[in-house]
Design a protein around this ligand. Structure first.
Ligand code: KG4
Ligand code: ZN
Length: 337
């Protein structure tokens, strides 16, 4: 079964064709990172407009790269949320329209869960139950999958997602956008010498990163001899290179500790056969190393399928189709952030 996946929830316009949820026939990602970099984060209005320009070329390219025509496509899957409303509208409208005019089954899927399905693109033999941690710019979520179709959310983001914290900390200490790769690079030359307290959450599997983000901000203000009233956007120009590197290393080490410890807690309680990592932050090598040390059977997507892409959406659509009827493309069920 060949599924065309479409993704437009944030700042990547993507289309991909995946066979039977595992074999990637094509995967095209048009990233808007360069457009948003000068603003230090995603500007929703610009993102939506860029999706409109990119969506048709990206879908056509996905068909061309797979050397397929519309007749070869068995169904269309699309991210229907969560995400930026204007961005989601472009992808869902395109997918719904195509499903109607090309007469294809239509599978709207959840973006955060789709990140987990990226694991099927590089691992054929996944042993269930799987404990999966999805860490991205918008979400930190711990999910227990009993099988390919049945999932239970154990914990979620209560404030800032971990990727968002990477991006915001990077901005404060003067690193480029997106902050994740920039902090990972800087951390390699820094020392994890600042101690930040780890947050407590009411549900022990929920995640909170806004306190850590503020703790880094306060430490940065202290390093330049200022108090909390000093504006955050001016800190970077006064911070020494060494302080910048050490703050990056200390923040990253604390964030990885939090993610590893929470996952270990759930691992001990639920005793899954496999642990999975997914989402943009799972591209972080230090996080991957920490998980590899802690969990004997760990799966992770290939780097290209960690960040937003449509192959994971097509894979999710395939597994969704195994247990669900095609949805009515005329019906809107978009989950807005
Ligand atoms: O999954 P994704 O592409 O989009 C969302 O669904 O949000 O994740 C993007 C996030 C950004 O916050 C980015 O800074 C982070 O993933 N990220 C990383 C790394 N590469 C991307 N965070 C830490 N280390 C990385 N190497
Ligand atoms: Zn994502």
């Amino acid at each position: 079964m060949k599924i065309l996946g479409i993704e437009s929830s944030c700042d990547e316009t993507a289309a991909a064709i995946v066979e039977d949820g595992t074999k990637v026939l094509s995967s095209v990602v048009n990233s808007q990172v360069k457009i948003h970099a000068k603003y230090g984060g995603v500007v929703p209005e610009i993102a939506a407009r860029s999706h409109i320009e990119a969506i048709n070329p990206v879908i056509n390219q996905a068909l061309a790269e797979a050397n397929l025509s519309w007749d070869d496509i068995d169904a269309i899957a699309v991210t229907n949320g969560p995400g930026l409303s204007g961005s989601l509208l472009v992808g869902t409208l395109a997918a719904r329209t195509l499903a109607v005019i090309k007469n294809k089954p239509f599978y709207p899927v959840d973006h955060i869960l789709s990140h987990f399905y990226a694991n099927f693109l590089s691992n054929n033999q996944i042993e269930f139950p799987v404990l999966s941690l999805t860490v991205s710019g918008g979400h930190s979520q711990l999910v227990l999958f009993k099988d390919q179709h049945t999932s239970q959310i154990l914990g979620s983001t209560t404030d800032d997602a971990v990727g968002e914290a990477f991006d915001k900390v990077a901005k404060v200490i003067g690193l480029s956008y997106p902050g994740g790769p920039a902090i990972e690079q800087a951390a390699k030359s820094g020392q994890s010498k600042f101690r930040f307290t780890k947050p407590r959450t009411q549900n022990k599997y929920d995640f909170s990163f806004s306190g850590l983000k503020t703790a880094v901000l306060r430490q940065a203000q202290a390093q330049i001899g200022q108090d909390y009233s000093f504006p955050s956007f001016k800190i970077a120009q006064h911070l020494s290179k060494q302080d910048q590197l050490d703050l990056a290393a200390s923040f990253q080490a604390t964030a990885i500790d939090i993610l590893t410890n929470k996952t270990k807690l759930a691992y001990d309680q639920y005793q899954p056969k496999t642990v999975a990592l997914a989402g943009g932050v799972s591209a972080n090598k230090a996080l991957r190393d920490s998980f590899q040390q802690q969990f004997p059977k760990l799966i992770m997507p290939n780097f290209q399928f960690c960040t937003d892409n449509a192959a994971m959406v097509a894979a999710h659509g395939f597994f969704w189709s195994q247990v669900n009827q095609s949805a009515n493309p005329y019906q809107s069920d978009i989950k807005l952030n």
